[in-house]
Design a protein around this ligand. Structure first.
Ligand code: OTU
Length: 679
């Protein structure tokens, strides 16, 4: 230890800074002693920590140390190996930090100096399956121009780590976290894409499937062979007594295809917890070794140059008998711990919470200002409410639900999306449905009928996902365009319905682009891809109708974006225009500056965006969810904060909105981005 703290002036300066910091903020004498012990161990293993890079690590570790310790203790205290495992965790942090490339470390520092970089209006996302989009990762490089032509620059590549071919859950059953599926390419391809992205000013997001592994993962294989160490990585029981206690309160996620939450292993005569599919074994985070392994994986992926990690199934990380095993306090603690670990090693890497739960629970995944968790969360509430509004033609439930939602912490942001690879869950509160005058059960039944096209007059063509015969509950599968009526309109050769469905498609994109957050387009929606039904002839897929909206990219259809008057040309070019408008308007960055205002017409949603610092009016968004012309009184402009005598213009059309006898008129599914014309 002689080289630490004694001679180097730089070291002395740095140590002084962090010691003062500790004393001021979080001084705990016991932590201080432990920190020194661990640093000594690291030195023993790696040699001097005097170099500048190590000092940066020490500074970051010191700033986060007490909190990491507190979080770790709150989950693992009382275990005999608590202290040893904690030390292992910190050692892993240093090991991965050493491996982090210089250029990524430099990027971390730039991002540390610009903490709000992710809130920028410049980011527009797209999620896509490499195998459907470009066959493999090498082919993907040739398609980047297409993405840039559209304007998307935050690309979520759907799970691509090694998965069994047959039982893979679209990549969410990982059998090796350090290898890419050989059909797609290699880890080098990922680092290469990350490098290309950095050069082109783009961001790479990848999944981290934290809650479970495939039953073909080496840990699961060893557990099957009876290895005690690895049995403790999972929830395994010799009989039904504990599983029965758990299942008394656990809902079923895939009741159709994987009923129950435990799977019997006949050879081993054991029950293993499998909340999702039978081949997805839930990891047991009660074992600190599991946490350490997954933090290690997280940092390994971060070191490949990934900018954003989507933490799959985040609400499920902790299980407790007598609860629904979702959204438990310890799940939040584990996420906070992971966040702090990344803060030390790779602070430029951000987390998405994949928590598709009730609105009041989703917001908790951001953590608190002093104790942050994930940087980004899916705005599943807005997504479901947009589909609800299109079905009912009204914005009332949207106002009711969104107005109740507590504001997210500043610095955190939403992913605003209309479709993704999963089903649409009708996740709004029953209470809100009652408040707007509907019976919750009947209203949900109406939405299911509407989106499966059963309801008279509905143009939608979706399917029920995981229909529970007993409760009537279900979610909805289908591509955005098919749910918006395009599939039926084309089959019916109806020009009018085709126009209306295109209007709907553009409207939902206008909303996700302008509401505040990161818009995330689902690949194929930019050209109006319809449902694809070939999954029905694949035995591995046919039971899971989410594959109907996970079809291959149609590059021939994409070519038609250049053919004036085609469906693809209108959708692609209007979404492209929306993206350009977003990037041109600084105040579309996410500073919690969206405000809903009542429009006085139940079919029309109205919200304002204001300039981040001054809260001064900058834009009024109006959206008509009805298939008829609707209007709002012109006085809304004043209520929205516009100057009484100002001239106004719509950013999308470039002309003033239509005003007739004191009313602003909107065509079916039309929207306006109203701004004051510059003098
Ligand atoms: C996620 O979804 C993935 O998005 C799915 O594609 C996977 O099948 C699944 O995890 C298992 O890895 O229930 O219906 O609150 O909504 O984790 C989709 C989170 C799901 C859950 C979510 C899950």
């Amino acid at each position: 230890m002689q080289c630490l703290c004694k001679n180097s002036p730089f070291l002395k300066g740095t140590l002084l800074i962090f010691e003062v910091w500790i004393i001021k903020k979080v001084y705990r004498a016991a932590d201080h002693k432990l920190l020194w012990q661990i640093l000594k161990k690291i030195e023993g293993k790696y040699g001097t920590l005097e170099d500048k890079q190590s000092l940066i690590f020490i500074t970051r570790l010191s700033a986060n140390f007490s909190q990491i310790r507190k979080l770790f203790d709150s989950v693992y205290h009382g275990r005999r190996d608590c202290e040893r495992q904690f030390q292992n965790l910190i050692l892993i942090l240093y090991t991965r930090y050493r491996e982090r490339s210089r250029s990524l470390k430099a990027l971390d520092r730039r991002r540390e100096n610009e903490p709000e970089w992710l809130l920028s209006n410049q980011w527009v996302g797209m999620s896509l399956y490499v195998e459907h989009f470009s066959n493999d990762l090498k082919g993907f490089l040739d398609r980047i121009d297409y993405l840039q032509e559209l304007g998307v620059n935050l690309i979520h590549l759907m799970p691509l780590l090694k998965t069994p071919r047959k039982e893979g859950d679209g990549g969410y059953a990982v059998s090796n976290y350090r290898k890419v599926s050989p059909d797609l390419g290699s880890m080098e391809d990922i680092s290469n894409i990350a490098r290309v992205f950095r050069k082109r000013g783009m961001l790479l997001a990848l999944d981290l499937v934290l809650n479970h592994t495939s039953d073909k993962h080496k840990w699961a294989k060893k557990a099957k062979q009876g290895d005690k160490k690895y049995r403790e990585y999972y929830y395994m029981y010799p009989d039904r007594s504990v599983p029965d206690l758990f299942e008394a309160h656990m809902p079923e996620i895939f009741p159709d295809t994987a009923p129950g939450n435990f799977t019997f292993l006949p050879k081993q005569k054991k029950w293993v917890m499998t909340v999702f599919h039978r081949y997805q074994w839930d990891l047991n985070y009660r074992n600190p070794q599991v946490l350490i392994e997954m933090v290690d994986v997280l940092l390994f992926l971060a070191n490949q140059g990934v900018d954003i990690l989507r933490l799959d199934a985040a609400p499920y990380l902790w299980k407790e008998i007598g609860t629904g095993c979702q959204n438990l306090a310890e799940a939040h603690t584990l996420l906070k711990l992971m966040r702090r670990c990344a803060e030390v090693v790779s602070p430029g890497v951000k987390f998405i919470a994949e928590a598709i739960v009730t609105p009041t629970e989703i917001i908790k995944y951001f953590g608190q200002h002093e104790d942050p968790e994930c940087d980004i969360a899916y705005n599943a509430t807005l997504m479901a409410l947009i589909w609800n509004s299109l079905a009912t033609t009204k914005a009332n439930l949207l106002y009711q639900s969104l107005n109740k939602l507590p504001e997210k912490p500043t610095g955190a942001t939403w992913i605003n999306y209309a479709r993704c690879h999963d089903d649409i869950g009708l996740g709004f509160d029953d209470e809100d449905i009652y408040q707007v005058g509907f019976d919750a059960k009947m209203h949900r039944a109406f939405l299911l009928d509407y989106y499966t096209g059963k309801f008279q007059g509905s143009q939608a063509k979706g399917a029920l996902f995981m229909h529970n015969q007993h409760t009537g509950d279900a979610r909805i599968s289908g591509s955005l365009a098919s749910l918006a009526g395009l599939e039926k309109a084309i089959a019916d050769k109806s020009v009018e319905q085709t126009m209306l469905s295109i209007n709907k498609i553009i409207l939902v994109h206008a909303l996700i682009m302008s509401y505040g957050g990161l818009p995330m387009i689902y690949s194929g929606d930019e050209i109006g891809l319809l449902n694809q039904y070939d999954y029905l002839s694949d035995p591995g897929k046919k039971a899971d109708n989410r594959w109907m909206h996970r079809g291959d990219m149609d590059w021939n259809a994409a070519e038609k974006r250049n053919v004036a008057g085609s469906v693809q040309s209108r959708i692609f070019n209007e979404i492209k225009k929306l993206i350009e408008i977003r990037k041109d308007n600084l105040y579309w960055s996410d500073h919690n500056s969206s405000r809903l205002i009542h429009s006085g017409n139940q079919h029309i949603l109205a919200f304002t965006r204001s300039e981040p610092d001054s809260q001064r009016f900058s834009m009024l968004v109006l959206a008509n969810f009805d298939s008829n012309i609707q209007s709002v009184g012109k006085d809304l402009l004043i209520r929205a904060g516009l100057q009484a005598d100002s001239e106004i213009s719509d950013l999308f059309t470039g002309s003033p909105p239509t005003i007739f006898k004191g009313f602003i008129e909107l065509q079916p599914y039309q929207f306006y981005f109203i701004v004051e014309k510059p003098e």
